[in-house]
Design a protein around this ligand. Sequence first.
Ligand SMILES: *Cc1c(COP(=O)(O)O)cnc(C)c1O
Length: 351
Amino acid sequence: MKYTIPNNLVGMTPYKPIIGDFKIRMDANESYINIDDMNMILKELNRLELNRYPDPYAKKLCSAFAKYYGVDESLITASNGSDEMIALIFSTLFKSNNKVAVFENDFSMYEVYCNIYGINYTVLKKQDDLTIDVKKVSKEIENKNITALIFSNPCNPTSIGLKREDVLYLVKNTDALIILDEAYMDFWDNSVIDKVSDFDNLIILKTCSKAIGLAGIRLGFAIANEKITNLIRAIKSPYNVNVLTQKVGELVLSKKEMLKNACVEIIKNKNELQKMMNTLKEEFPNIILNVYNSKTNFIFIKTRYSKIIFENLLKNSIAIRYMGDYLRINTSNTYENEVLFNTMKEILKNL
Ligand SMILES: *Cc1c(COP(=O)(O)O)cnc(C)c1O
């Protein structure tokens, strides 16, 4: 019989990041800090046996993660970025009569994977100010027969955080599976990772691509109670995380002080960037309509003329993320934040 592409995949296009050589990159929420002691890494890589398969459980790596975040290592599974873990969860854990919920204005990959795997899903609305009302959502989960909810906290792209007590309220008040993406929680102190073994309906996702500064090695984690962790380990491909990534991740996650200092510095610069954007809002209230209160490493802005601002910044070799009515700008160091601020001010003046 002739092969045809499944209906849900027809017309799909490859993911398109901003490509090009831009002097200043503030578009992908990565850390602007690279490892300064590369020799420490290289020395360890010398000893690796690349002819052997990696450890399927990434035991040393998970142990370093466990120590850094204060969670039991038996509750952790590593993956090639949290992206791979999201794909794995979405491709295996749901039955055809299940209904998955995502939020409007949340990480776009959730919907992409729902579409790729042909999952029946529904989009929940946030409040007008882009916050989440957990009582309302809790009722919606019941009324709409939702089997699982995935969301990011703090949220990409809104940068807004949902308090720990509200997250726990959601998890406690439903039997639906809650997949909680804490990609940016290193920048805010409201993680529920310490409670993960109390629940059989919670999976927490973490990534090394943001605060840990390792977007280039592709490393993420799922944290869940023992039963769910055993399931995830059983359904993943056995050797998913390669030898090099396991070793680099292990070494970097063991540098607790270095990582904590980097976080403090990133948050400080983010706060400076937030102030700069607030200043622009005061000066140009008809163009910058809202600057959201960020709990992440980036600032989310509602503007008129988003596209023009975005394109003019690109002309000045500054890449940020354009999202319709919104712009998302991740913090860089003091110097690059200043350059962005001054360039943006000029652009706004000339609009
Ligand atoms: C960046 C990001 C990820 C992806 O992380 P990787 O580990 O690089 O795949 C997942 N979730 C959210 C909300 C993100 O912003």
